[in-house]
Structures are given as structure tokens and as C-alpha cells.
Design a protein around this ligand. Structure first.
Ligand SMILES: C[S@@+](CC[C@H](N)C(=O)[O-])C[C@H]1O[C@@H](n2cnc3c(N)ncnc32)[C@H](O)[C@@H]1O
Length: 270
């Protein structure tokens, strides 16, 4: 796959969904559950007042929340339409003094000053869209101060719900998607997002080689279903709330923490 063409396809796909993205996400209890876990990790590992770099910020949902919690944020995204949405949201919440939104790909981080940030965060899979994770990891390492952290939620390979759903439908091609090697085409409203699925160990290796050490990892969407099963979650809200609680308790246990729709990883720059 030609890397430039892949990046362009992905940009085009996210441009297409940008206007409705924030609203549809906040109406999805499964995404909201994952977001809560990410925010809690940031609050645990980054002192208030710290400067965050948000990679693949989308429509700025997290950035407004981070600003409300006392952080300064530099937010970047590769989709110009997402950047517009994020700027609009930041301005509507009057947090322009704390949040700067830039149209910049993760693959272009050299435009940002080195060793500036207390933490780099990335929520709900932007790092899965990067063609060269080793290069991105080195760039992240150069931009976070020593002792700073990476807090990222990443789309994983082994999602038991997904395996169950597609096995029940006998849709073996769809079931195999997460096990593909390299960038794989994932449809998004008629367009294509080029995505690389990671086993946590492979993702963490790229950052370990760049100078990070693992602090913690937690499965997300392991007992709770993945976000695209929103209709199921709407029919069974109490059951899903219970499963989300189980994710929060048991998602960090050895064995379980390598699975799930996403995994949340915290690594420290040494
Ligand atoms: C699933 S969305 C998540 C958005 C946001 N982090 C959130 O939690 O709502 C993925 C985002 O990553 C962005 N993205 C994809 N590839 C990127 C790249 N190479 N550089 C920067 N952003 C990218 C997309 O434009 C999109 O906004």
C-alpha cells in the first residue's frame, strides 16, 4: 500500500464524518465508558497545569474536558474538518487560552518543539492510523520531557465480542480483519480508514525502543461490547453498565489486559 495514498484516504474518511462525530460519540455509552477511563489515567499520571499533546484529537471532545480539568493542551489532527470542529468546540467553551488546535499529522510531529510536553495522549485509535509506528514513537519521545508519560488508547487484535459476533454470523472475512498484518482497509461510511491493529506487546515495543517503560495497561471493551454494538447497549443499559464496571476492575489483570476492543496503555519516558 502506498503510504501517501493511505494517509489521504484516511484523511478523506475522517473529513466525511467530522461534523457529526462529537454528537454521535457522546450518545454512545460504550465510547463514553472508554473515555472516562482515559481521562482518569491522565488525571492519575499528569499533574494539573501540565501541558498535554493530544495526537489525533478529532473534534476536540477530550481537549475541552482536559482544559476544564486544568491542563494546557496542544491538539493535532490530520483531518482539516476535524480540526475545524475542534477549534469551534474550543471557542464555544471559551478555552482558547488553554487549548491550541493544529492541523498536523502524527507523521509530521517534527514541526513541534522538542521536549515541551508533560504528557502525550491519544484516544480511540489515532496511533493505529500511523504508517510508521517506530518513527512516531521516536517523535513522541523527542517531544515529551524526561519523566513525562504517554497515555494512549489503541485498537487491539483480540476482541472476544467481535470474534463471537462474526463467528455467529459465519462472516470469517470480517472476523479475520483484526489479525491482518500491516495496514488494512477499514470502511467508514463509504470511505476507507487504513488501520493497523496491534497486539499490546508489539505496540509497547515500538515505544520501549524509543525510551519509554511500561507503567500500566488496561483492557477496554473486553467484557463490555465494542462501540459498534451500541444498539445492544441501548437495549440492555443495566447489563452494559455492569460489564463496563467489570472492565474497570478486571481489565488490568494479567492475561485479560492483552485483550479487548481497545487497550489503554501508560508508558513513562526514562
Ligand atoms: C477514532 S478518531 C478519535 C478522535 C479523538 N481522539 C476522540 O477521542 O474523539 C481518530 C482521529 O485520528 C485522526 N487521525 C488519523 N490519522 C491521523 C494521523 N496520521 N495524524 C493525526 N491524526 C490522525 C483522525 O482524523 C481522527 O480525528
Amino acid at each position: 500500500m502506498d503510504v501517501v495514498a493511505a494517509l489521504n484516504d484516511t484523511q478523506h474518511a475522517f473529513d466525511g464524518v467530522a461534523p457529526a462525530y462529537h454528537q454521535s460519540n457522546i450518545e454512545n455509552a460504550l465510547i463514553e465508558g472508554m473515555r472516562r477511563q482515559m481521562w482518569r489515567a491522565v488525571e492519575t499520571y499528569v499533574p494539573r497545569g501540565g501541558h498535554l499533546l493530544d495526537l489525533g484529537c478529532g473534534p476536540g471532545t477530550d481537549d475541552v474536558a482536559f482544559a476544564a480539568r486544568g491542563y494546557r493542551v496542544t491538539a493535532i489532527d490530520w483531518s482539516p474538518a476535524m480540526v475545524n470542529e475542534a477549534r469551534r468546540r474550543v471557542s464555544a467553551h471559551r478555552v482558547e487560552d488553554r487549548v491550541t488546535v493544529m492541523h498536523l499529522g502524527i507523521q509530521e510531529m517534527e514541526w513541534l518543539r522538542p521536549a515541551t510536553f508533560d504528557a502525550v495522549c491519544s484516544n480511540l485509535g489515532p496511533l493505529n492510523c500511523v504508517p510508521d509506528l517506530d518513527k512516531a514513537a521516536r517523535s513522541v519521545a523527542e517531544r515529551v520531557r524526561l519523566g513525562g508519560v504517554l497515555v494512549a488508547s489503541v485498537i487491539g487484535r483480540v476482541c472476544p465480542w467481535e470474534i463471537g459476533v462474526y463467528a455467529a454470523r459465519r462472516d470469517w472475512a470480517r472476523l479475520r480483519v483484526r489479525f491482518a498484518r500491516g495496514l488494512t482497509a477499514v470502511p467508514l461510511e463509504g470511505r476507507t480508514v487504513w488501520t493497523r491493529y496491534y497486539a499490546p506487546a508489539a505496540f509497547e515495543r515500538a515505544f520501549a525502543d524509543a525510551g519509554f517503560a511500561l507503567v500500566e495497561r488496561h483492557a477496554m471493551g473486553l467484557f463490555a461490547p465494542p462501540p459498534y454494538l451500541q444498539a445492544f447497549a441501548q437495549r440492555h443499559p443495566r447489563l452494559v453498565a455492569m460489564l463496563q464496571g467489570l472492565d474497570e476492575i478486571a481489565g488490568g489483570w494479567p492475561g485479560l489486559r492483552s485483550m479487548g476492543d481497545h487497550f489503554l496503555v501508560v508508558m513513562r519516558r526514562e
